[in-house]
Write a protein that binds this ligand. Structure first.
Ligand code: DQA
Length: 165
């Protein structure tokens, strides 16, 4: 492929975004609805897929209650995604492994929380990834993911797409 063809190829391919949901977010809709709202994870993922189609993004979503599975999934996306959106849930406050894998893959990352963690217990005020993400969106409930996807679209556009490895 000539360099001109490579440029055209990169410009024409659909930017990819991975959305990762951490532990207990599979229970959204039932779990502490006064804190997290009544929208289910299935509804959030469907809304992300629909907005992704509108924005011209390939959106993959993944939920796990296990730190290692989250690390494995993000590693598998290395070189294949243009942006990462993550709500690490409780691992936000503890996980060095998730911080390290975000640094390892090098894709721009947006941190999302349904609740405004600063209105809650002090243990939730610390995030192991706050200083390595592009930005943090919190306190808007399920809408926060859609705000993040719009931001991810702009990041993917600004970067001209990831160089897939
Ligand atoms: C959360 C906030 C975390 O403190 C908590 O452990 C969660 C969800 C949020 O989306 O507001 O599980 O990340």
């Amino acid at each position: 492929m000539t360099s001109e063809e490579q440029r055209t190829d990169a410009a024409s391919r659909t930017p990819a975004v991975l959305v990762v949901h951490g532990p207990n977010l599979n229970l959204l809709g039932e779990r502490e609805p006064e804190v997290y709202g009544r929208t289910t994870l299935r509804d959030i993922d469907a809304a992300l897929a629909a907005l992704g189609r509108e924005l011209g993004l390939a959106v993959e979503t993944f939920q796990s209650n296990s730190e290692g599975a989250i690390v494995d999934r993000i590693q598998a996306a290395r070189g294949r995604i243009d942006a990462l959106i993550i709500n690490p849930a409780a691992y936000t406050h503890t996980s060095v492994a998730i911080r390290d894998v975000i640094l390892a893959i090098g894709a721009p990352c947006i941190e999302v929380h349904l609740s405004n963690v600063y209105k809650r217990e002090p243990m939730r005020h610390h995030s192991t990834i706050a200083d390595i993400v592009v930005g943090r969106i919190m306190g808007f409930g399920a809408d926060g993911y859609l705000i993040a996807l719009r931001a991810a679209r702009n990041l993917a556009g600004a970067a001209g797409g990831a160089e897939r490895k």
